[in-house]
Write a protein that binds this ligand. Structure first.
Ligand code: AMP
Ligand code: MN
Ligand code: MN
Ligand code: MN
Length: 277
């Protein structure tokens, strides 16, 4: 099964419409798709309709921003959720609510290091202003000719500890997992290779996630190279997690892999879609 269970549209920080994301997934051979915008499900109905018209299977999705422990930002994918569940939609609205004030502060901090007009510039890239994100700042800075690509902007200005990084309080892990489970979904740890946690801290995070009712982990992700798969496959085995396969597609050419182009999961792991179909 060519399943790809993590991607973005212009309702968050992707560049394409939900329909265009589904058309691209289909063209790349995806058989089971989702749309998992950051803290937002507004694009899901359009993606769902297009996916079905194209003959793909579809599960609804969302990527929830979480703050865990001492200022660790974690992303959790909710799959198979009822997007009309009130606790979930109210929770996501509250999470989105903090973004604009944070973006103003990012703009102020970037101005101090000589990047002017960044808030307005980023807003021009954000089709959904409630979802203004660091990706939009990055695209503006590339457009200004100050960096060659989005990744370089994160390395120079927007990553943790750099001038344009503003610590932020997102949802708690407990809230996030309870919203997803309450909406009938499966909670999956997104891109575990991105968190820069010591193995002991990672284990304590995964233990807490499981205890709260989290059930899956992305074993294949565009955030780590296929050579690293065994590290995350091993976490899935040790914690009894369902395994996900996730391009985290945002825009053509923005990461090493594209929709539907990841390798297969290690055959001994239980795919998360076995619980979704
Ligand atoms: P935010 O939710 O505003 O903190 O923005 C997070 C988004 O920035 C992620 O979902 C990615 O799309 C993007 N991002 C984070 N780190 C990087 C990176 N190192 N390179 C490219 N994009 C990144
Ligand atoms: Mn993103
Ligand atoms: Mn993410
Ligand atoms: Mn993502």
């Amino acid at each position: 099964m060519n399943a790809d269970l993590h991607c973005h549209s212009y309702y968050s920080d992707g560049l394409l419409s939900p329909s265009d994301v589904m058309r691209r997934a289909h063209a790349h051979g995806v058989e089971l798709a989702t749309l998992s915008d950051h803290d937002e499900t507004a694009g899901v109905p359009e993606a769902h309709d297009t996916a079905l018209e194209l003959g793909m299977r579809f599960v609804s999705g969302v990527e929830v921003s979480v703050t865990w422990g001492d200022d660790q930002t974690i992303h959790v994918i909710g799959l198979g959720i009822d997007i009309y569940n009130h606790a979930l939609s109210d929770g996501l609205e509250a999470v989105r609510g903090g973004r604009e004030a944070r973006a103003l502060r990012i703009g102020d901090e970037l101005a101090k290091v000589g990047i002017v007009g960044a808030y307005d510039g980023a807003m021009r890239h954000a089709r959904n202003p409630a979802l203004i994100s660091r990706s939009h700042f990055a695209r503006y800075i590339v457009e200004c000719g100050l960096a060659k690509d989005v990744k370089s902007v994160f390395n120079a200005w927007l990553g943790r500890g750099l001038p344009g990084y503003i610590p932020h309080q997102w949802a708690t892990l407990e809230q996030c997992v309870s919203w997803i489970n309450g909406a009938g979904g499966v909670a999956v740890v997104a891109h575990p290779g991105r968190y820069w946690m010591e193995p002991k801290v990672m284990e304590s995070f995964l233990g807490e996630f499981k205890e709260l009712g989290g059930r899956g982990i992305e074993v294949l992700s565009s955030s780590h190279r296929p050579e690293k798969v065994e590290i995350f496959a091993d976490y899935a085995r040790r914690f009894g997690f369902l395994a996900s396969r996730a391009s985290d597609f945002h825009a053509p050419g923005e990461s090493w892999t594209d929709l539907g182009k990841l390798p297969s999961l290690p055959p001994d792991l239980k795919p998360v879609w076995s619980e979704l179909l």
